[in-house]
Design a protein around this ligand. Structure first.
Ligand code: SF4
Length: 368
């Protein structure tokens, strides 16, 4: 049993019809009991909830402060490789893109870690393209000891792996896995993923099950907003989250809400999600799930990020490079996508402090 079986029983057309026929009364009812109720999540993601955004934001701020205090966890991505054996038309690393490819050696990783540590970071997200043969489990096992020696929290955003692989990586010190479905619409998924193992929609969909069964502490879900109807994609991600939390209650969960950004040779968003829509999504998820961690990357503008920090977001990256080797030697040709917030981590942290929030660089220490 995995989420694939649950997903196959869901009717997209029925959920879509409900989303777009929700009334103000439904939204008001949802605001009374939003927690853990998928019908309430649907109502809060619907167009009918837009006039209630102010009330949703107030509730979201209050629930976030109750559960997470004023703390915002700071993390930074470290790109290990831009090799990729998949064709995804929205990504700068896509196989057919004629860009210079690079995979960090152990020495390169150590060199990248130095400037990252100098910025004050203690939580890191290891990112790579999806290239099983050249950037697979043996490579990760070689790199992980260098990273776990320097960082108390290590997350990964790489290709989906088998359960036994995740177990080996957990034993090597891995704390979290981010695995984004990109879109929950199989038709749209197949249009954007045309070559490589990533074409297999169901294999990706059941990957968080394998991650959870391997005992990974934190699991991150996400959709690439702009590929399809964001309201329906967000709702189906809510169903996925609900299933995982109920089935694998020992793990913690996070979501990421990246909007499609321009990249080398890439596509523009088909379905635009406005800033207001992004705020609605963050508030809806916070009202639905008080424990949920919500990440915000540097894809968004400084002004918008500063406003979103207080709303429900719990983890923020800053000073990020989206290319392998980019902290030592920046080279925009290798970027996965364009960054919008180019401020240093210290400037971002100052903006948080000015809003009464507390940037947290380290919140974890292995016990004796
Ligand atoms: S989105 Fe991931 S799998 Fe697709 S081309 Fe980019 S790096 Fe490769």
């Amino acid at each position: 049993m995995s989420f694939v079986q649950v997903f196959q029983k869901l009717s997209r057309s029925e959920l879509q019809l409900k989303l777009y026929s929700t009334s103000a009364t439904d939204v008001e009812r949802a605001l009374q009991r939003p927690s853990g109720d998928l019908d309430s999540l649907l109502a809060l993601l619907s167009p009918a909830a837009e006039p209630y955004l102010e009330q949703m934001a107030q509730q979201a701020v209050s629930l976030t402060r109750q559960r997470f205090g004023a703390s915002i966890g700071m993390y930074i991505p470290l790109y290990l490789s831009n090799l990729c054996a998949n064709e995804c038309d929205y990504c700068g690393f896509t196989m057919s893109n004629k860009i210079k490819r690079k995979t960090l050696s152990c020495d390169d990783v150590s060199n990248e870690i130095r400037p990252i540590k100098a910025m004050g970071y203690d939580a890191i997200l290891l990112v790579s393209g999806e290239h099983e043969s050249k950037v697979g489990v043996p490579y990760f096992k070689q790199i992980l000891p260098l990273v776990t020696e320097q960082f108390s929290h290590v997350a990964m955003e790489v290709q989906p792996l088998e359960e036994r692989d995740y177990k080996e990586l957990v034993a090597a010190g891995l704390d979290a896995v981010m695995l984004y479905q990109e879109t929950y619409n199989p038709q749209t998924y197949s249009e954007h993923h045309t070559r490589g193992k990533k074409r297999d929609f169901n294999y990706r969909l059941e990957s968080p099950d394998r991650v959870a069964r391997a005992g990974v502490d934190k699991i991150g879900l996400g959709v690439l907003l702009g590929l399809d109807d964001w309201r329906l994609d967000a709702l189906l991600m809510g169903h996925h989250l609900d299933y995982l939390e109920k089935t694998y209650w020992r793990s913690r969960y996070s979501i990421s809400l990246p909007r499609l950004r321009p990249c080398t040779g890439g596509v523009s968003p088909k379905v635009e999600l406005t800033d207001k829509g992004l705020v609605q999504m963050i508030c809806a998820f916070r009202l639905f799930n008080q424990q949920l961690e919500i990440s915000l990357s540097t894809r968004e503008s400084p002004k918008l990020r500063d406003n979103l920090f207080a709303l429900g977001v719990t983890n923020v990256s800053a000073g990020s490079s989206t290319q392998p080797g980019g902290y030592v030697e920046p080279n925009t040709e290798l970027d996965q996508f364009e960054i919008s917030d180019e401020r240093t981590p210290q400037v971002v942290a100052k903006a948080m402090l000015e809003r009464g929030l507390n940037p947290v660089w380290k919140d974890w220490e292995t016990g004796w």
